[in-house]
Design a protein around this ligand. Structure first.
Ligand code: FES
Length: 98
């Protein structure tokens, strides 16, 4: 699904915005070289995740800093206390497939 040209454009800080089959997607590479393709929208306020940046294994939303792992699950909500789990409604997987 992701072409070699697209992969050559990837670096470890900046996600790429791609439109494939009329779907807005974000492609990013983690520190451990995992390539991830997710819907290009944050679960919080639908901001494009492609405006964010990669931090280690996560993609960080540019607006409020929510972080998503390569599997598309929310990994961190900075405004939550450390001992509080991520609420289920915010823990939906951002899938790139229907
Ligand atoms: S819109 Fe992404 S963290 Fe708020």
């Amino acid at each position: 699904m992701v072409s070699n040209m697209c992969l050559a454009e990837l670096d470890k800080q900046n996600p790429l915005k791609k439109k494939i089959l009329n779907k807005d997607l974000v492609v990013f590479k983690t520190n451990s070289n995992k390539i991830a393709v997710l819907e290009d929208r944050c679960c919080h306020r639908n901001v494009q995740l492609s405006l964010g940046y990669v931090n280690g294994e996560n993609l960080v939303c540019a607006y409020h800093g929510w972080q998503y792992g390569a599997e598309g699950k929310c990994a961190c909500i900075p405004s939550l206390p450390i001992d509080q789990p991520i609420p289920k409604q915010q823990n939906k997987r951002l899938s790139c497939s229907d």
